[in-house]
Write a protein that binds this ligand. Structure first.
Ligand SMILES: NC(=O)c1ccc[n+]([C@@H]2O[C@H](COP(=O)([O-])OP(=O)(O)OC[C@H]3O[C@@H](n4cnc5c(N)ncnc54)[C@H](O)[C@@H]3O)[C@@H](O)[C@H]2O)c1
Length: 304
């Protein structure tokens, strides 16, 4: 089965590519390389995964690669929430028009399945926990809005015959996360690697649902092996972790003593987030296998 990954030289994309290749899939990636890392490109080379420089905005250039693909995993996007607050329009242009362009190429070339990597950011501040797929969507950043609009574009074109599935990813961690746009785990790692305690915004009582990128890749593999089409599925661990506990765990794993540094809350940060993954469990048999401590150790080993 031939798989094409957009944004495949990014953090999630390259980990997915390697995981699927190791599981017998024929994988190719396209990426503008605008926000990819040398770490990801080197790992793709080592795994013998071809990486082609194309922007998803260029529908015509993508067609040749889409034509040969049985399934396309659409991971390309700008992903920095704070940047999206400052430059909302480039997020809409790249993430929404880019997705429309991916949809167009998929329809024109008869791609068998388009897997759209969406985000828990579409839910915004949750009104109930854990968050199931029927939870109202109410993004609080232009990034979240762009991911939701991308979903709408993908869903709308089902009417034109597009076979699609939307995966709403929660907080992903793993090797090769781009430090400039990374989440809290990469930022904590950056600090402890310098022997410094992590900086926690607010009291650290806020919670997030962290899932290792290989568990996400397993969920994507299960989608590819299933007949699941037209669904929206949450992909997370299903477990909330307090940020203060994450900070002390990262310090312990890296041998940094003392206490995390607590500073002012960040405006716009949500307090709690946790996925209800029962739908993915039921439809795909999805069960995350990597617990946080083991996953963090793995990242520490692989990222040096
Ligand atoms: N990292 C997370 O925790 C997380 C959580 C939820 C959802 N997601 C989604 O997963 C996907 C991948 O995120 P990531 O964390 O790997 O980000 P990333 O920035 O590491 O990777 C994105 C890749 O897309 C590429 N890209 C951006 N615009 C492009 C364009 N116009 N044409 C071609 N390539 C382009 C970038 O160069 C980069 O290599 C995104 O769609 C994101 O919304 C990520």
């Amino acid at each position: 089965m031939k798989i094409l990954i957009t944004g495949g030289a990014g953090f999630i994309g390259h980990n997915l590519a390697i995981y699927l290749k190791n599981n017998g899939f024929n994988v190719e990636v396209i990426d503008s390389f605008e926000r990819s890392t040398t770490f990801a490109i080197k790992r793709l080379e080592e795994a013998d995964v071809p990486a082609i420089r194309i922007s998803i905005i260029e529908t015509e250039s993508m067609r040749r690669f889409f034509k040969e693909a049985d399934a396309v995993i659409h991971a390309a996007a700008y992903v920095d929430v704070a940047e999206s607050m400052e430059k909302p329009l480039i997020y809409l242009e790249n993430n929404v028009l880019g997705t429309a362009s991916v949809v167009k190429a998929s329809l024109e070339t008869g791609v068998g399945l388009l897997i759209y990597l969406s985000s828990a950011a579409v839910y915004g501040d949750p009104i109930r926990l854990p968050i199931d797929e029927n939870h109202p969507t109410n993004p609080i950043s232009p990034y979240g809005l762009s991911k939701l609009m991308g979903e709408e574009v993908v869903r709308f074109f089902s009417k034109y015959g597009l076979k699609q599935i939307v995966l709403r990813l929660f907080n992903i961690y793993g090797p090769g996360q781009n430090a400039a746009y990374a989440g809290v785990i990469t930022k904590f790692f950056e600090r402890v690697r310098k022997g410094l305690p992590p900086i926690v915004y607010g009291d650290g009582e806020q919670t997030r649902d962290f899932i290792h990128v290989d568990d996400v890749a397993e969920a994507v593999k299960l989608v590819l092996e299933s007949a699941c089409v037209g669904e929206v599925l949450n992909i997370g661990s299903g477990n909330p972790t307090r940020i203060r506990d994450l900070a002390t765990l990262v310090m312990r794993l890296h041998g940094v003593s003392g206490e995390p540094i607590y500073t002012n809350e960040r405006l716009g940060d949500i307090k709690h987030s946790c996925a209800d993954i029962s739908k993915a469990r039921k439809l795909l048999g999805f069960k995350p296998r990597i617990n946080l401590e083991h996953g963090l150790k793995k990242v520490l080993e692989e990222s040096y």
